[in-house]
Design a protein around this ligand. Structure first.
Ligand SMILES: [Mg+2]
Length: 151
């Protein structure tokens, strides 16, 4: 991997957090950049949140990009200047982040959301996602030391 296309809300920052990005996130990003990994934000977050996070991390950012439409990922690939095969998309939602990344032909890493969502439609999607995550853990090997519960 030479580049990451990162979701913002609930992947790097809690959705209601209007403060600066957590220091651990900034350090993590600095470490990756120092190691030659290129980063960009591709997110459905509000424009002011995207601008602020991109400025704090010193990376390009676009949003809201309307995931699961893949256009934002194509923008991100151009900004990174990397082929799809060298890029990993990262996000916390199955039906926006994962689906959009797949439509763009990218590999994807699903992370646990930082915070519970207050929006009713997101809560509904989370229940469906939870089923997907559970079904993923039942396919193939069970991780060592983990029970049957996925969340
Ligand atoms: Mg998110």
């Amino acid at each position: 991997m030479k580049g990451l296309l990162l979701d913002l809300d609930n992947t790097l920052l809690a959705p209601k957090d209007e403060g600066p990005l957590p220091q651990e996130i900034r350090r993590w990003a600095e470490g990756l950049k120092a190691g030659g990994i290129r980063l960009a934000l591709v997110t459905n977050a509000k424009p002011h949140r995207v601008r602020r996070a991109a400025r704090e991390l010193g990376i390009p950012g676009a949003g809201p990009v309307g995931k699961p439409l893949p256009l934002g990922f194509f923008w991100g690939l151009r900004r990174l200047g990397l082929p799809k095969s060298a890029v990993l998309a990262v996000g916390d939602q199955v039906f926006t982040d994962l689906l959009g990344a797949r439509l763009a032909g990218l590999r994807f890493a699903l992370v646990r959301p930082i915070a519970e969502d207050a929006l009713a439609h997101t809560r509904g999607l989370r229940r469906l996602e939870s089923r997907c995550r559970k079904s993923q853990t039942t396919i193939g090997e069970k991780p060592k030391g983990e029970g049957t519960k996925a969340e």
